[in-house]
Write a protein that binds this ligand. Structure first.
Ligand code: AMP
Length: 249
């Protein structure tokens, strides 16, 4: 069973992002970039499926600039067998990525696509769902447990009220939640091995996809600065303030 895993290169989660002075977006110049954390979980899950003998080949896919190759090498150091870079300098939105993944899903004949539930830069939480719709395949989003057997995946999902377990027939689309697994550390020998693994490059045109953005960002603002708190003398004073000033009681 071939598994396709998507990995997005995003601003590292430890970086405090700065909004560009013209408010057109976030400044990414000289900023540390890493694999989207939910995608690390996706690669780890695929590798565990291979270790269990369920998956036979793991193909990591990243869409974007040439620098995404670094993210793909990391995916291969975790354990992906090969990688595909869909190279473009067009700003990619979830619909375009979903179309590109769908084309690769068909081309590769994958039985399972594992994506992160959301990218921590755009926080869209859309690509997996759009891919399932475009490919007309079942989806199991926000997975915290995945078991694959007999052409089916049993997936436990994190929902508002607790956990929901569903079964989908393969091929299917799964998106990962935080508690699905803890990705392994990438070791130096595996980084060296990853350098020798196959990395193919295609363009959106090769896949017959027009990646042009459909949405326009009007402006991006910094969150407003938080005001300093005040210390109150006792519970009575706190209740009085909540009632008269905050007006929440
Ligand atoms: P989003 O819908 O943008 O929040 O992203 C959800 C998931 O889609 C991510 O965790 C990735 O697995 C995948 N994804 C989104 N954009 C890209 C990209 N440019 N390249 C590869 N995967 C992507």
């Amino acid at each position: 069973m071939k598994v396709l895993v998507s990995v997005k290169r995003v601003v590292d989660y430890n970086v405090k992002v700065r909004v560009k002075s013209d408010r057109s977006g976030v400044d990414t110049a000289n900023v540390k970039m890493s694999m989207n954390p939910f995608d690390e979980i996706a690669v780890e899950e695929a590798v565990r499926l291979k270790e269990k003998g369920v998956a036979t080949e793991i193909i990591a896919v990243s869409c974007g600039l040439q620098s995404c190759q670094e993210t793909l090498r990391t995916a291969m150091a975790i354990g992906a067998d090969r990688a595909i870079l869909v190279e473009t300098d067009v700003e990619l939105q979830p619909l375009a990525v979903a179309k590109l993944l769908q084309a690769l899903l068909v081309k590769e004949g994958a039985q399972l696509v594992i994506l992160g539930k959301q990218a921590i830069d755009d926080d869209a939480n859309q690509t997996g769902q759009m891919l399932a719709a475009l490919a007309d395949l079942p989806q199991a989003t926000f997975a915290s447990r995945v078991e694959v057997a007999d052409g089916r995946a049993k997936v436990t999902r994190e929902v508002d009220g607790g956990l929901e377990t569903i079964e989908v027939t393969l091929p299917a689309i799964v998106t990962t939640d935080l508690r699905l697994n803890e990705p392994r550390y990438v070791t130096l020998p595996n980084i060296m091995k990853a350098k020798k693994k196959q990395m193919d490059k295609v363009t959106p045109a090769d896949l017959g996809v027009d990646p042009a953005p459909r949405l326009k960002t009007l402006k991006v603002n910094e969150p407003s600065a938080r005001q300093a708190g005040v210390r109150v003398a006792d519970v009575g004073a706190l209740v009085a303030k909540l009632r008269t000033e905050a007006k929440v009681l």
